[in-house]
Design a protein around this ligand. Structure first.
Ligand SMILES: *Cc1c(COP(=O)(O)O)cnc(C)c1O
Length: 382
């Protein structure tokens, strides 16, 4: 098999049987003609399947080493799709410091369907075993977690889930398959928001669920068609285009993030930096082993508190104050007020998301320009 970057660069190339277009065209048709009323062709109706989504799903399944993939209209739709396979009252173990939107959805679905939902510190094997004990159906991991960048040892965590009889799911949004492939580490499902690093250009919203076993992939496809959660044609085209440069972007953005994390770590105005690439990070050794890079996301707290952190975000000019991550443009966010505002203050405290935590998503601007911008904003405060 060819290498990851080769397969990514060839995503959807030479895949047009009609005209021999090098880049697969966008097929916007909602319906596909039949020659025989009893026999549909490969495509029938675009909610069920269309060529662009199909091509993207096959490519992402291949890159993640999955037997099947379902492309959805958003990352949250991908997460919700997985919950469709659970019976009422099923026990779910979820990382206590997962994405705020995931927690909001899990809480609401648990109330509605009587799920026995437990949040656990999945980076702690004892806490995880304890949570999995009473026969959990699903274990939901996120590593590195957003925004504190905690690292879960996926081989160990997925083995514990398997022993308990639970399906293990990894939200791989922060790294993408270019930097971490959860199925190779024992997970049953690797899902991601395409909106972030995979598309990488902040111009579409989408998600994907990559599944190890064909039977489970089939069941999730069934739900995606029944409920109409599949992604749209133009979004599939954009994600496929973004995917071709994913390995290069992921590498350059990770290198810049490490450089900025190191410089912030040495700055007297910074109280703490969370970045798994730093040697002092508690998850550094595991991250170095299970990841192919440390990713574009880092967080930090200032020694001068919450107000100074909020002011800092407004003094930056090369980091746009906005939600999202993984794009070619650098972004800054205050998770407590933005990405994780849907969590209760207690849940944020449990997850270690302080009111003054600053999160950076590092893009493709020159790293020295990014640092100059940060350094200037930090000095202003001092
Ligand atoms: C953004 C994000 C999601 C949700 O993805 P959408 O495409 O915005 O629905 C899920 N998990 C993580 C870790 C994210 O950062």
């Amino acid at each position: 098999m060819t290498r990851f970057s080769t397969r990514a660069a060839r995503a959807g190339i030479n895949a047009d049987p009609a005209h021999g277009a090098v880049v697969a065209p966008v097929s916007l048709s909602a319906a596909y003609r039949r020659d025989d009323p009893a026999a549909p062709g490969p495509f029938d109706y675009a909610r069920t399947a269309h060529p662009g989504r199909d091509l993207l799903a096959r490519t992402l399944a291949d890159l993640d080493g999955a037997s099947g993939a379902v492309v959805t209209a958003s990352g949250m739709a991908a997460i919700d799709l997985v919950l469709n396979d659970l019976p009422i009252g099923a026990r779910i173990v979820c990382a206590h410091d997962c994405y705020g939107g995931t927690r909001r959805l899990f809480d609401a679905r648990a109330r509605q369907r009587g799920f026995d939902l437990v949040y656990a510190d999945c980076t702690d094997p004892e806490a995880l075993s304890e949570a999995l004990k009473p026969g959990a159906a699903l274990a939901f991991f996120e590593t590195p977690s957003n925004p504190r960048l905690r690292i879960t040892d996926l081989e160990a965590a997925c083995a514990l889930a398997r022993k308990a009889g639970a399906v293990s799911v990894v939200d791989n949004t922060v790294l993408s398959p270019a930097l971490q492939r959860p199925l190779e580490l024992g997970a049953d499902i690797a899902l991601a928001s395409l909106t972030k690093l995979i598309n990488g250009h902040s111009d579409m919203v989408g998600g994907v669920v990559c599944v190890r076993e064909a039977e489970l992939a089939e069941r999730l496809s069934w739900w995606a068609n029944a409920a109409g959660t599949g992604g749209a044609a133009f979004d599939a085209f954009l994600a496929l285009r973004g995917l071709r440069t994913l390995p290069v972007r992921a590498r350059v953005q990770s290198e810049a993030a490490l450089e900025l994390a190191s410089r912030l770590n040495a700055h007297r105005g910074v109280a703490r930096v969370d970045y798994p690439g730093l040697k002092g990070h508690p998850g550094h050794a595991i991250a170095a082993r299970q990841q192919d890079g440390f990713g574009p996301l880092l967080s930090f707290e200032l020694s001068t508190g919450v107000k100074a952190a909020h002011q800092l975000t407004q003094r930056l000019s090369l980091f746009t104050l906005a939600q999202s991550l993984g794009g070619t443009e650098s972004l800054v966010a205050i998770p407590a007020l933005m990405t994780h505002a849907a969590m209760s203050p207690e849940a944020r405290a449990q997850a270690g998301v302080g009111d003054g935590l600053v999160r950076l998503s590092v893009g493709l601007e020159h790293v020295d320009d990014l640092w100059d911008d940060l350094a200037e904003a930090l000095e202003h405060r001092a």
